[in-house]
Design a protein around this ligand. Structure first.
Ligand code: MN
Ligand code: MN
Length: 459
């Protein structure tokens, strides 16, 4: 049951479409390196496609009718978009759900200190990272500082080519004999992930003059005091733009493709569909990398509450209608898959691995050690989905995340499945997943977008 490499099937027009999608995807990545930035970019795209703010519609006491398009924002970090169909909501909706948070380092609440005339920002890493990959590379600071008066100051340092970057130092090889004896997980410890942000003392200052100079610059540029770190969310991410990878330019290398590659393709597919029979929903959520917890993660009631509002605006609300709508819904949990890597062949079952270039990937189940923690999608559902994809000539493949008992992982799939709806994991194969620079194939991005669009139209 080997699946074909998708590159082989394209002619001129499609090759152009692949490139233009790849280009807009790279722009999306460059404009959205944090969940907040992704939400802003996504809302701008939605507005361009005629979507309206649900909060405004509620405030004005308006109703929703088939063909209406709305979005709801959750604390600036998650968004739910709805395209209202002609069918009753009780018959269920079609949902594409992806996450827009990515592994990184978060600046602590009391972060700034000076040691040996170097100024540092102390961090706590977010999500699963191999810590040794994050040292000695250019890093950028993205986020917000919220003042006591409520003013939100946006911060981006390290992306413009005239901007400075920041970094974490590594020990020179000449002195690293002991370090290199350590296990890879211990080579760089979590507490040692401190960012160097300065080395120049402030004139006239005696003690901690380098730190004082950094504070002076922060005051000048962002009008912030040291205490304002208490109410800041600053994320440290790799500095630099997404770029083509490979001499043949067939791949994209960029930070945060888990899971923005699925977020972008889901959103693009969703926005490209004008009118639907079954109401369609695109969910972009936060906090997946740390267990989908918190008010902006998938486990929050935000989605359920928003669907309740939608029912309330389209017909007379009742709890049973909401329950029925949820249970009758279908979802593609759009998340990335581990691309087969010949350099690490022993970690994969080659028959059940996803390959770069073979199209959108379905994971019937994820989990680890005896499928533990998995949403195991129903065969009946998978049968329907593969019929739709075959009819639309979408290239797809099926995979597991590595060999049995080698490891595992989870997604947001199991959370939606709690409502009794059909859910399956489905996304794009990635090399170097969770590394500062992850790699995807342009054809997989294209096929994912086509697959998601087919789902919205025909599921
Ligand atoms: Mn993911
Ligand atoms: Mn992940």
């Amino acid at each position: 049951m080997e699946r074909q490499n998708a590159w082989k099937k394209y002619k001129g027009k499609q090759l152009k479409e692949i490139e233009s999608l790849a280009k807009s995807y790279k722009d999306f990545l460059n404009n959205g390196k944090t969940e907040r930035e992704c939400v802003k970019t996504s809302i701008a795209m939605a507005k361009d496609a005629g979507y309206k703010d649900l909060a405004e519609i509620i405030k004005k006491g308006k109703k929703l009718v088939p063909g209406d398009k709305v979005y709801a924002v959750n604390m600036g970090k998650a968004v739910a978009l709805f395209n209202i169909g002609t069918q009753k909501l009780e018959k269920g909706i079609n949902i594409l759900g992806a996450h827009i948070d990515s592994p990184r380092m978060d600046v602590k609440q009391n972060p700034l200190y000076e040691d040996s005339e170097l100024a540092y920002l102390d961090t706590h890493y977010y999500g699963g990272i191999k810590k040794y990959q994050w040292v000695a590379i250019p890093l950028a600071i993205h986020g917000v500082v919220v003042k006591k008066n409520g003013d939100v100051v946006n911060v981006v340092i390290g992306e413009d080519k005239n901007d400075p970057v920041v970094f974490i130092s590594d020990l020179l090889i000449h002195l690293a004999a002991d370090q290199l004896e350590k296990k890879a997980g211990k080579v760089i410890e979590g507490e040692a992930l401190d960012i160097i942000v300065g080395s120049k003392p402030l004139e006239g200052e005696e003690k901690d003059a380098v730190k004082a100079n950094v504070l002076k610059l922060l005051k000048k540029k962002y009008d912030m005091e040291e205490e304002d770190f208490l109410s800041a969310e600053l994320e440290i991410v790799p500095a630099g733009d997404a770029r083509d990878a490979g001499i043949d330019e067939s791949m994209i290398m960029a930070y945060g493709q888990d899971d923005r590659v699925c977020a972008y393709t889901s959103l693009k597919a969703f926005l490209d569909v004008e009118n639907v029979k079954k109401t369609a929903c695109c969910l972009l959520v936060d906090k997946e990398e740390i267990g989908s917890v918190g008010a902006t993660g998938m486990r929050s009631r935000f989605f359920e509450n928003t669907l309740a509002e939608i029912i309330n605006l389209t017909e007379e609300y009742s709890d049973i209608k909401l329950r029925r709508a949820l249970a009758a819904s279908r979802m593609l949990s759009s998340d990335v898959s581990a691309g087969y890597d010949p350099s690490y062949a022993s970690c994969f079952d080659k028959k059940n691995a996803s390959f770069l270039g073979r199209g959108i990937v379905f994971n019937k189940f994820t989990g680890s050690r005896g499928k533990s923690g998995s949403n195991d999608a129903n065969a009946e559902y998978m049968a329907d989905i593969r019929k739709i994809l075959d009819e639309q000539s979408v290239s797809f493949q099926t995979a597991e995340l590595g060999k049995v008992d080698v490891g595992g992982g989870g997604t947001i799939a199991y959370i939606l499945s709690l409502y009794g709806m059909e859910v399956i994991d489905c996304g794009v194969a990635v090399l170097n997943m969770h590394a500062p620079w992850e790699v995807t194939s342009k054809v997989d991005i294209y096929e994912a977008k086509r697959g998601y669009e087919a789902f919205i139209r025909f599921a």
